[in-house]
Structures are given as structure tokens and as C-alpha cells.
Design a protein. Structure first.
Length: 46
């Protein structure tokens, strides 16, 4: 993973909002959860 050292840098500068990588990671996680949920719902419908 490329992100290994980044969290410590982000928090050192005191602003998480200043780091796009964290936002991207949260969005990706949310997308994955949403996809899991969609497939779960689709399984239930069958």
C-alpha cells in the first residue's frame, strides 16, 4: 500500500481536512459497504 506513512503526516499538520487521501479512503470504504449491502439485498430478494 502507498498510504502506509500518510496518516501520521496528516495528523501532525493538525488538519485531516487538508488531506485528500483520507477522504478518498473513506469514500472507497463507503462504496464497498454500499456494494456489499446491495448484493446482500439482491440475495434476499431471490
Amino acid at each position: 500500500m502507498i498510504f502506509k506513512d500518510e496518516p501520521s503526516l496528516e495528523f501532525k499538520h493538525g488538519g485531516v481536512s487538508a488531506s485528500p487521501t483520507l477522504e478518498v479512503r473513506v469514500n472507497k470504504t463507503f462504496e464497498l459497504l454500499l456494494n456489499d449491502f446491495k448484493s446482500f439485498v439482491n440475495e434476499k430478494k431471490r
